[in-house]
Structure formats: structure tokens, C-alpha cells
Design a protein around this ligand. Structure first.
Ligand code: VGL
Ligand code: ZN
Length: 202
């Protein structure tokens, strides 16, 4: 059984949003078409409290995109984004949501960031996504959404570790940095994942 995973297609990651991914809007029609090929669709939402430690606003002496040590792990400082119950955290209005059976939220702990839909960045706490999918008999996961080099990459990487056959659909994602995405794709391939285009999925 296969499932489609839609990562963080939220207003803040789309041009006009606070942490816009270049060309981020372009994933939406591709994901809407892809959903027709799946019996199970799940999604994630980046869902931060307004004082989240990944926000540059919490670190007066730093600039956006600086890297700091946060409780022992490397943390990039982001613009304020995807604050719980704000417009920026909503799914984009053009994303079809009728087939999304469950939504997993991440980044809720103010002290720890969570790029992956499965675990926080320190792998301390599960979101429950693995248990949900395994309970449904899912063995193959197809990843889409934003951003390719962060939340989509780390989710796909965790999925491989959790034992799922894992595919990243490259025309259904866009990156913050193209160079980082090239490295991310190579790392996924090295770990047993695969990169596909949406037309290859039946
Ligand atoms: C993301 C940076 C910070 C993402 C989330 O969804 O890729 N990136 N928070
Ligand atoms: Zn975030």
C-alpha cells in the first residue's frame, strides 16, 4: 500500500509568505493531480508557537539565516513563519485538501525545531506519523511539498530509516537552495531512497 505525503504547503512557504520558497506555488497543481493516484493522502504543517527558538526574533544579536547552537544542535535562524493559527500557517487555498485524511503538526515545542514530519531535529519525540502509516498497512511513501532541501528532505530521510520504500517526487517540490537540494537528493539515493518525476507514478 502506498501513500502520498504533502509537506508544509503553507502560505508562509509560498511567494508572498514570510519564508517564501522560490517558485513554491508551482508545486500545488502538480500535487493536486498526484492526489488522484493515491488512496491515502496525509499532510504535515509546520506549526510554531510565536516565541519559537528557530525564529531570528528570539535572538537579538543574530541575523536571519545565521547558524547557532541550540541546546546542542545546529540551528538556522529563520524569519518568523508558520505561527499557529495565523494565515501564514494555513494551507494555501489552491491546495486540494478533501483527500487529506490526517494532518501531522510539527515544531510545536518552542525549544526544538522539527524539519521532518516524523521526528524533531534531535530525534527525541515522534509525531506519530510512522505508527499511523504502519497501522494503515503503508509500505511505500511518495514525498511532495516544501521546502525540498529542508522539510521534504528530512522527512524522506526519516521515512527510509523507518523502513518505508521512499520516493521524492522532484517536480512536486521546490528548494530554498538548489545546491543544497542537489546534495540532499544524492544523500537520499545513497541511503536507499529514489527520486522520481510525477509522470512516472501510476
Ligand atoms: C521549513 C525551514 C523552517 C520547511 C520549516 O518546511 O522546509 N524550513 N521551517
Ligand atoms: Zn519552521
Amino acid at each position: 500500500m502506498k501513500a502520498l505525503v504533502i509537506i508544509d504547503v503553507q502560505n508562509d512557504f509560498i511567494p508572498g509568505g514570510n519564508l517564501a520558497v522560490p517558485h513554491g506555488y508551482e508545486v500545488i497543481p502538480v500535487i493536486n493531480e498526484l492526489q488522484k493516484k493515491f488512496d491515502l493522502v496525509v499532510a504535515t504543517q509546520d506549526w510554531h508557537p510565536e516565541n519559537h527558538a528557530s525564529f531570528v526574533s528570539q535572538h537579538e544579536e543574530h541575523n536571519v539565516f545565521d547558524t547557532i547552537d541550540l541546546n546542542g544542535i545546529e540551528q538556522i535562524l529563520w524569519p518568523v513563519h508558520c505561527v499557529q493559527n495565523t494565515e501564514g500557517a494555513e494551507f494555501h487555498k489552491d491546495l486540494h485538501t478533501a483527500k487529506i485524511e490526517a494532518i501531522f503538526r510539527k515544531g510545536t515545542n518552542p525549544e526544538i525545531d522539527s524539519y521532518s514530519g516524523f521526528y524533531d531535529n534531535a530525534h527525541l519525540k515522534s509525531t506519530g506519523l510512522t505508527g499511523y502509516l504502519k497501522d494503515k498497512g503503508v509500505t511505500e511513501l511518495y514525498f511532495t511539498g516544501l521546502a525540498a532541501d529542508f522539510c521534504v528532505y528530512f522527512s524522506t530521510k526519516d521515512a527510509i530509516r523507518e523502513g518505508f520504500k521512499s520516493y521524492l517526487i522532484e517536480d512536486a517540490t521546490r528548494a530554498i537552495s538548489e545546491e543544497d537540494f542537489e546534495n540532499a537528493k544524492q544523500d537520499l539515493i545513497n541511503n536507499g531512497g529514489a527520486i522520481l518525476k510525477s509522470f512516472e507514478i501510476s
